[in-house]
Design a protein around this ligand. Structure first.
Ligand SMILES: O=C(CO)[C@H](O)[C@H](O)COP(=O)(O)O
Ligand SMILES: [Fe+2]
Length: 229
């Protein structure tokens, strides 16, 4: 089965947080497809970011694009409820952080949102074995979670191929998302390994256009060329 239409998802972790609404509007106007929203709790990962009120603030600001919430938190269920109420459209969590994976997925699905599991570089894909019929997306971390600006771990390529095989065998339209160290130079190879959704934080937000600080279209265009689009 061919991969789905590629989507570019800027991670706001690397945005200018003092101007978050504007930054999100700017990347969307520059051609991004959705927003990747990294929630870190200083417990599951050694860093602290933002919670559901910030997601709601983006909706109140007028952002209508999908907001893809990546929960790096433990436990997960309480925050799933909070992000459903805050206007998230997609929620993923790390399976080892949930006490009841099937139940956490159902909480998200039953609210009409897309749901998925996130795999750290050393987390095996076998966590998918009994929930493949319930996930809308699989997110492979290509860095250890907690920080932006790290380098893509090469072993992810092989894991992407394995995840793509699982998706093809399922016969379902499950998105395969990759997160960490993605840039215009490596995005083509990552897509060839089977990914269709590309989170980009530091490589995108540092590439603000010099002649027009509200535009990111140069780097998004370079990413689309890397994808052959
Ligand atoms: O989940 C994450 C870190 O835990 C971020 O989404 C990811 O690191 C994106 O940042 P960059 O593109 O700078 O690597
Ligand atoms: Fe992320």
């Amino acid at each position: 089965m061919p991969a789905l239409e590629p989507k570019i998802a800027p991670s706001i972790l690397s945005a200018d947080l003092a101007r978050l609404g504007e930054e999100v509007s700017d990347v969307l106007a520059s051609g991004a497809d959705m927003i990747h929203f990294d929630v870190m709790d200083n417990h599951y990962v050694p860093n602290l970011t933002f919670g559901a009120p910030v997601c709601k603030a983006l909706r109140d600001y007028g952002i209508t694009a999908p907001i893809d919430v990546h929960l790096m938190v433990k436990p997960v269920d309480e925050l799933i409820h909070a992000f459903i109420d805050a206007g998230a459209s997609d929620i993923t969590f790390h399976p080892e952080a949930s006490e009841h994976i099937d139940r956490s997925l159902s909480l998200i699905r039953d609210a009409g949102l897309r749901c998925g599991l996130v795999f750290n570089p050393a987390t095996p894909l076998t966590w998918l074995d009994h929930v493949m019929d319930k996930v809308d997306m699989i997110l492979l971390m290509s860095v250890n979670p907690g920080f932006g600006g790290q380098s893509f771990i090469p072993h992810t390529m092989e894991k992407l191929r394995q995840a793509r095989e699982r998706i093809d065998a399922s016969g379902r339209d499950i998105r395969l998302e990759v997160d960490g160290g993605v840039n215009a130079d490596n995005i083509g190879e990552i897509a060839a390994a089977g990914a269709d959704t590309f989170v980009a934080g530091s490589s995108l937000f540092k590439a603000r256009r010099e002649d027009d600080p509200h535009r990111y279209d140069t780097v998004i265009g370079a990413m689309r060329r890397g994808l052959g689009r």
